[in-house]
Ligand binder design. Structure first.
Ligand SMILES: NC(=O)NCCC[C@H](N)C(=O)O
Length: 410
């Protein structure tokens, strides 16, 4: 690897290293009863989802981007037995199992795997009740626990690697996820950044940590430039988490001067900031038409002392806010689905405005959002189109499914 450590100072700089998760057996553990709690609206067909995901990874490889897989990094991290023990303990303590005997049984089960990759895949996939026949004593709570189809829940949202942590500058915000079902996802990043050979000797500053009380998710964290970070105050992210990140970033030697906190509707259609807008080129964005504003944004500016800041509230059109803070040319907004309400609603639902830039003016998009894709091309944006029948069922697009670890500076 030629690029050490982490570096993300924009949304569009040439991408060099990216973190993905190839959908695994966790997807086959979705059932209609559990879908809502596990944050899915439908059940993807795993075989095809994997093919689509492989096509996504191929776009990176063909464009000189090194692909890292979360599951592989994690398996490599626990080669060291003492790390493996700590990891299993922490993972089991967050499975939601209450019964102490059951916890010990699950711990022993995980410890019985000789192959670290199979173990990590299993932890991600969940444990079905039927594959785990060891009995419990028969108290009422045990019996009710045994009626539930899983001993350990599956983690089907793992392929959205964007959300559990975010690379901001040369550090990370290791996030506290809003929903219990996604909270365990951040354990993997915790161990990888602390113990994996690629990172253990790199000084990675933490702008946030998973044990903080307030929720924040990576889909809300956008690095607009080396001066400006945008964060959504959304269904998934609390304002108080942004306060903490701002203080830490401004106390460090990072070049960032402004954090823009966008107050967006707290609804699933607007789940994260990157659900409603993503950057495709210098001063060009693709957006959900309903976010054009006027909307309220709080600009948090670096103050005089270390970690100090001042906040200003303004209500303006999105275009004007972005133009003001990015400087340079007037910002151009490309509407997802164009002006047609039906196309906009349909393509927005399938993450038409959730694109991933691999270089300025070059983005990965879902094939199904053909109206938005045509508009992007008309604006001179180069598209890498990936198949999207199954992956899109988890309600996330190319940006949600990728976490940049290293981008060249603009
Ligand atoms: N950044 C994103 O918008 N990620 C998509 C996450 C989708 C996932 N099913 C969730 O509801 O959390």
């Amino acid at each position: 690897m030629n690029y050490n450590g982490l570096q993300v100072y924009s949304e569009i700089g040439k991408l060099k290293k990216v973190l993905l998760h190839r959908p695994g057996e966790e997807i086959e553990n979705l059932t209609p009863d559990l879908m809502e709690r596990l944050l899915f609206d439908d059940i993807p067909y795993l075989k095809v989802a994997r093919e689509e995901h492989d096509a996504f990874a191929e776009v990176f490889r063909k464009n000189d981007v090194e692909v890292f897989y979360l599951e592989k990094l994690m398996a490599e991290t626990i080669k060291d037995n003492s790390v493996k023990e700590l990891f299993i303990d922490e993972f089991v303590s967050e499975t939601g199992i209450i019964n102490k005997t059951r916890m010990a049984q699950v711990r022993a089960y995980y410890q019985s795997f000789n192959d670290d990759q199979i173990l990590v895949d299993k932890m991600m996939a969940g444990i079905r009740g039927e594959e785990f026949k060891i009995g419990l004593s028969h108290s009422l709570s045990d019996m009710i626990e045994m009626d539930y189809p899983f001993v350990v829940d599956p983690m089907p949202n793992l392929y959205f690697t964007r959300d559990p942590f975010a690379t901001l500058g040369t550090g990370i915000s290791l996030n506290k996820m809003r929903t219990v079902t996604r909270r365990r996802e951040t354990i993997f990043a915790k161990y990888i950044f602390k113990y994996h050979p690629l990172f253990k000797d790199v000084e990675v500053p933490y702008w946030y940590d998973r044990d903080q009380p307030y929720a924040i998710e990576g889909g809300d964290e956008l690095v607009l430039s080396d001066k400006v970070i945008a964060i959504g105050v959304s269904q998934r992210t609390d304002a108080a988490a942004i306060d903490i990140i701002a203080k830490r970033i401004f106390a460090d030697g990072q070049p960032f001067e402004t954090i823009l906190a966008f107050d967006i509707p707290k609804e699933r259609a607007f789940m994260h900031l990157d659900t409603v807008f993503t950057m495709v080129d210098h001063n060009k964005f693709t957006i959900h038409p309903e976010i054009e504003g006027p909307l309220t944004v709080y600009s948090i500016q670096r103050g005089d002392g270390r970690g100090e800041y001042v906040i200003e509230k303004e209500t303006k059109k999105l275009e004007d806010i972005l133009t003001k803070y990015l400087g340079g040319d007037q910002v151009k907004l490309i509407r997802c689905g164009g002006k047609r309400g039906i196309d906009a609603a349909r393509e927005q639902w399938n993450d038409g405005s959730n694109t991933l830039a691999i270089a300025p003016g070059e983005v990965v998009v879902y094939s199904r959002n053909h109206v938005t894709n045509r508009l992007l091309e008309e604006e001179g944006v180069k598209l890498h189109v990936i198949p999207s029948s199954e992956l899109s069922r988890g309600r996330g697009g190319p940006r949600c499914m990728s976490m940049p670890l290293y981008r060249e500076k603009l």
